[in-house]
Design a binder for this molecule. Sequence first.
Ligand code: F6P
Length: 762
Amino acid sequence: MFLKTVRLQLRFLVPLMVTLIAAAYLAVPLMDQVTLRWFSRDLNSRGLLVANALSDSVSEAMAAGRTARLRPLFQRAEQDERLFAIGLCSVDGKLLERTQGFPGTLTCPVADEISSKAEPRLPLPSGTVHVGVHDVMGRPLIPGNDTPPDAQAEPPPVFMGRLVLLHDMSFIERRSQDTRRYLIGLIAGLGLVIALITVVVAQLSWRGWVKGVRAIMRGEGLLSPLIPAPELAPFAAELRARLRDMEDEFRRSQGPETGWSAERLRTLLQTQLSGAQVIVVSNREPYIHERTPEGIVVKRPASGLVTAVEPVMRACSGTWVAHGSGSADGDVVDAADRVLVPPGEQDYWLRRVWLTPEEEQGYYYGFANEGMWPLCHVAHVRPVFRESDWETYRAVNQRFADAVVAEARGEDPVVLVQDYHFALLPAMVRAKLPQATILTFWHIPWPNPESFGICPWRREILQGMLGSTILGFHTRFHCKNFIETVDRYLEARIEHEHSTIAFHEKETLVESYPISIEWPGEAEVSAWAPVAECRRRVVERLGLPQDACIAVGVDRFDYTKGILERLNAVERLLEKWPSWVGRFVFVQVAAPTRSVLDEYRSFQERVQRLAQRINLRFGRPGYQPVHLLAQHHEHDAVTEMFRAADVCVVTSLHDGMNLVCKEFVAARDDLQGVLVLSRFAGAARELPEALVVNPYHVEETADALNRAATMPAAEQRERMASLRSTVREFNVFRWAGRMLADAGRWRLRSRIEARVRRHQNG
Ligand code: F6P
């Protein structure tokens, strides 16, 4: 690093020194010439002064013809250190008098000639002298006239001769040498000062530039308070563009956006993430072992999260850390609380974390489902925040984080954190595994900053989530809400253009990844009963009229799902079009969920009461308009229900995505069936061919039910074909693939930055 800076500085210093030496080389003779001219002028003036001072005595002596008496005067004058010799010339150019130093070879005409030159110098063996010739003017004496001159009339002065003054020039030589020394010293000193300033400024600028470039590479821009490097501003855009190009190239190397499959996801993991270990962490486990009188049975939970993540895990192997909630979960695990799943296939490890009833109450029922769930869903249920729940939530997050760290085989696994149960976990894992790539996916909506602001621990939750490398939501709208929330409550640097948040020197990408389902493969489809057979079974099982129009709803029994609103719409349909009475049947599959909570219990009771009221009002022998099946249905039973239905009704009041509607579409390979879908479910953005409704608007939803029930087969086919192509293409492997591809890109960028850092330090 130091050597590099010195090399950089030499690039400035060498030309600087060469320029200064050249300047000195040219300046010294010029300086000599100028000083010589100054001194010659000076000597001329001095000569004139001396000549004037001597002129009276000289003219008198000349007038009297007694020039010999001038010798002592000349000798005195000669004592001036600069006056070398004096000569006196007559009018006709004869040398009348001369002092001792006056050269014998120098005649009056020669002196005259030299003095008329621009540089009147005469070289002598003792050194160069300056030659100055000055006229002597005076009044001649009139013979016999003794009257004092001032009493007579003044005759005009006449030319009486010339004084030749030779000045020693050796002092000029000495002065010139001194000046030369000073000049060279000055230039050398100046060079030294400039060099010093250059070195210091270059050092500082270099550091500033390097920091600036790093900041740009990190995407912090030039506004970072630590990096005042405005010189880099013009390059920032260019650098960014280069990095973007690299990213685009990376994306292109991923291949087309379509055609995502388990195989392709595996390849991506191998190539872009160098086969990194994948660890999923969620509250809900994908397989629940329950003890029954018949022995241990394995159940699949009614969870959109599990539906989506499980196929990804089968493709990637790795480990899934989750709450062991089944009564026989503890019986089937090894000493490290692990079991291979799916049963019989053993594709990946399920690591179970045990919670006490108190922990489950505080963390899961309390903080997660009485606090965060209603906070994030606009379903007009007030969130409840208890200090004790929060403490338990934090402690359980730490327990799961420790389990993730314990499962990590290296220092940089890919950790997929699922949902609102683990808002604090990303920062906890980051603290132990700083190199880990942490992808957090928030399966529920994110509210606006005002709504989120009522959470007493809003800052802690945001800080915990920002431990993630990538933070995923279903829609851009939820990303925007999250970024605005961070902007409101934390001191973080947000780059809206790239959707990144830098907090405590750590950057998080906030991106939308619409979740989906695994598109059913050939083997699964071939095991399905034909649509007519499914219908026959459902009609028979529920005792429906043979010609019934069957509408179904399949949900967890949750107040966000809009089950009351859809029952109101069914009632309105029967009211508005009485011809449907006896023919229109609505089957609601409602998997019991969180029933220990008052809010859920009272909601479930309200639904039951409403269903009964409708049945009382419109039912008749052999006909019951609403069938409420409040029990868990396994995947096959749900598929059968979807295939038997004419209409599927999804009327969530607020939903991150909702996978039920996608499962319905996937089940209808006969291209029949109509989807009625709430505009408040994330899925509505992807599936516009559904009949999109506002579930709060009973009339509109009832009209949509009527339209769905009467839709011609051709229109159904057209809509369903389009829906199916969307869901097939935008499947769960694409969801995971896009996230993992972004993670790979992020890791690549970190590696480039680390390499640049190493290069700089080395
Ligand atoms: O909708 C968000 C979500 O996390 C789903 O992924 C999941 O189905 C459900 O909520 C959680 O349900 P439970 O509390 O029964 O695990």
